[in-house]
Design a protein around this ligand. Structure first.
Ligand SMILES: Nc1nc2c(ncn2[C@@H]2O[C@H](COP(=O)(O)OP(=O)(O)OP(=O)(O)O)[C@@H](O)[C@H]2O)c(=O)[nH]1
Ligand SMILES: [Mg+2]
Length: 389
């Protein structure tokens, strides 16, 4: 009889309450906060292309652009804010460094969640040195306590036909060496307070191919980001998937522990829905890490429906099939295994949507392929047992 009632649930599209999912996404967004990047560089050096390549959204489309004051624009969405400074014309009454100081003052008066974490100071790869105004601006940034990465853009990488490795042209290397050891025209040392030099391109010269040097840029940015902004950066960027997976696995671990605790006194199979809110919370948090709402332009409640479908069916299916193993009640091991398998499956689905390998309009068709099977739950039980030893 119990199996039958579980089977009825199987056909039900949303037996699961979606509110914990929605609550979890909004709490996760608050907790992780926003990563704010400042990007500086002459027009046309490739700033927008960089933002697009690293964060997967169009620079000018990062949320609503607000001209904060003349020469200062701020674009943001939930996890990413971009400060875009303009107006450093040589020959105006104020020097570029003075103008920048004013801009930084404007930023410092804004709220805490809009403060700059890291600066990308962008220069074309084939300049042979930084200009004096560049150096003065970098010192201004440093004086404001901001870590500066000098990003050389549009590097024209050459592939070594024998080794297959890519190398920057010699003029770019000369520029890098100058940056590492800057001297003025008299050979005297120049104080240039920079934290990192990144050689990048977002496409090849002929317009084909993908970017290069971007993973290194992303790693340097994470390393320099203040501790309390690192998670928001891991979420906002799209090039390093293992970072997201690590965050998701921590959430899954918390949820499996809660599931085990909930079933410390074995839950009757008919009450399996006890586990659904735990799973929905887990899935809501994971969806935030993969920025599903932004990615697919679906509302949190539409995503919650998908999660509810997966959680509901995983519970129903697994219980029917696991009854011979678990008896008529769900014990802690089974409960945590089902939650673990559901978390892993949801994470894989989120990752595929995030990377564009699954189009959200087809998710309803493929979701069945992701719902944990008895085998994946059994595997999970085994791996949890062995990892506890
Ligand atoms: N060859 C090459 N071209 C690039 C690269 N990145 C960007 N471009 C091209 O350079 C031009 C300017 O790029 P943007 O990203 O718009 O530059 P920007 O700094 O945002 O320019 P403004 O918004 O005008 O300040 C575009 O035509 C890009 O396609 C690159 O890595 N290599
Ligand atoms: Mg631009």
């Amino acid at each position: 009889m119990r199996a039958e009632s579980a089977e009825q649930k199987d056909g039900d599209t949303s037996p699961v309450d979606d509110r914990p999912f929605i609550k979890a996404t909004s709490e996760a967004k608050n907790q992780y906060g926003r990563f704010n990047l400042a990007i500086i560089g002459n027009t046309g050096v490739g700033k927008s292309s960089l933002v697009n390549a690293v964060f997967g959204r169009e620079h000018a489309k990062v949320g609503k652009g607000l001209p904060v004051t003349r020469g200062v624009n701020y674009y943001h969405d939930d996890s990413l804010g971009v400060w875009d400074f303009e107006g450093f014309e040589i020959g105006s009454s104020r020097s570029p460094a003075e103008t920048l100081r004013g801009h930084l003052q404007t930023v410092s008066e804004r709220s805490k969640d809009e403060q700059i974490a890291v600066v990308w100071y962008c220069v074309l790869h084939n300049a042979d040195r930084l200009t004096d105004p560049d150096v003065a601006m970098i010192r201004e940034l440093n004086a404001a306590g901001l870590p500066v990465i000098v990003v050389l853009t549009k590097v024209d990488w050459r592939k070594n036909p024998v080794t297959g490795t890519y190398k920057a042209p010699s003029d770019t290397e000369t520029f890098r060496q100058w940056l590492e050891n800057p001297v003025d025209s008299d050979g005297g040392p120049v104080d240039l307070p920079i934290e990192h030099i990144a050689l990048t391109s977002t496409r090849s010269k002929n317009g084909k191919g993908t970017g290069r040097g971007l993973s290194e840029l992303v790693e340097a940015t994470l390393a320099l980001a203040p501790e309390d902004t690192k998670d928001s950066f891991r979420i906002a960027q799209r090039l390093n998937l293992p970072w997201k997976r690590e965050m998701a696995r921590r959430i899954i671990a918390t949820a499996t522990a809660s599931s085990a605790a909930a079933a410390a006194v074995p839950i009757p199979v008919a009450d399996a829905a006890t586990l659904a809110p735990i799973q929905m919370t887990m899935m809501g948090r994971i969806a935030t890490i993969y920025e599903l709402e932004l990615k697919v332009m679906l509302s949190a409640s539409a995503l919650a429906q998908l999660a509810a479908q997966m959680s509901g069916q995983a519970l129903a299916r697994s219980f029917i099939k696991l009854i011979p193993v678990a008896g008529s009640a769900v014990n802690a091991t089974v409960a945590s295994a089902i939650t673990g398998a559901t978390g892993e499956a949801w994470m894989r689905l989120c990752e595929k949507v995030h990377t564009g390998r699954i189009d959200i309009s087809h998710v309803a068709d493929v979701i069945n392929d992701f719902i944990p099977t008895r085998r994946s739950v059994m595997r999970e039980m085994f791996s949890q047992k062995t990892s506890r030893k």
